[in-house]
Design a protein. Structure first.
Length: 216
């Protein structure tokens, strides 16, 4: 039970930290603007931007620990494959976030209007890491984890479908737009984590029958 609750706490934190990183309205048009427009907006919002990026990176790091704990609970070969996919995708995300936090911040604050030409190919490369992580690796891992939760019932069965929905949401965005907003993952992990922290109502064991024998 303690292992299940610990896994739930990690999953909840892995969902809430990134949500906290993106709820600031000052960041929303940065996430949706073109790269050049976003870089022009960034100097006025550096504090919010840096805070949001650190929270996203922390959530990504915690999500690796959370899925590792979930893998131990499931203890199946598909779950271990999903952990490899998820960890690889999370590593790519951390590289992409690190680029945004360091190089993009430098380009907006110090380079100003004179952004060097080499920045734009690197920015496209960082964006491709982001899209590949969520669009292919992380989404597939969530689908596998969801299927294994449904199959094994280590956690409540319906929470497996929540993970499947998170993975399917990422894949659908990638197929439709070539990029994705990672909200389905954040919400799925937070929901499953919160529910896992609530103890299940297990039926009380029936008292053993006492056989009465008589000796004549």
């Amino acid at each position: 039970m303690r292992t299940v609750r610990g896994t739930g706490a990690l999953l909840l934190l892995a969902g809430l930290l990134p949500i906290a990183g993106v709820v600031n309205p000052r960041l929303w048009d940065l996430f949706t603007a073109s790269p050049r427009h976003a870089l022009a907006l960034l100097p006025d919002r550096l504090g919010a931007w840096q805070t949001g990026m650190w929270l996203l990176m922390a959530g990504t790091a915690v999500s690796i620990a959370a899925t590792a704990a979930l893998t131990r609970l499931l203890d199946t070969t598909p779950a271990r494959c999903a952990l490899a996919l998820f960890t690889t995708g999370s590593a790519l995300l951390l590289v992409s976030y690190s680029f945004d936090l360091s190089v993009s911040t430098w380009a907006a604050r110090d380079a100003g209007a004179h952004v060097p030409g080499w920045y734009w190919p690197l920015n496209s490369w960082s964006a491709s890491l982001f899209a590949g992580s969520y669009g292919l690796l992380t989404s597939t891992a969530l689908l596998v984890y969801g299927g294994e939760v449904v199959r094994t019932r280590v956690l409540r069965r319906w929470t497996g479908w929540v993970l499947v929905g998170g993975g399917a949401g990422l894949l659908a965005q990638f197929a439709a737009f070539g990029s994705e907003a990672p909200a389905p993952q954040f919400v799925a992990l937070a929901v499953v984590g919160a529910v896992t922290l609530v103890p299940r109502n297990e039926p009380a064991p029936r008292p053993a029958r006492t056989r009465i024998t008589t000796h004549v």
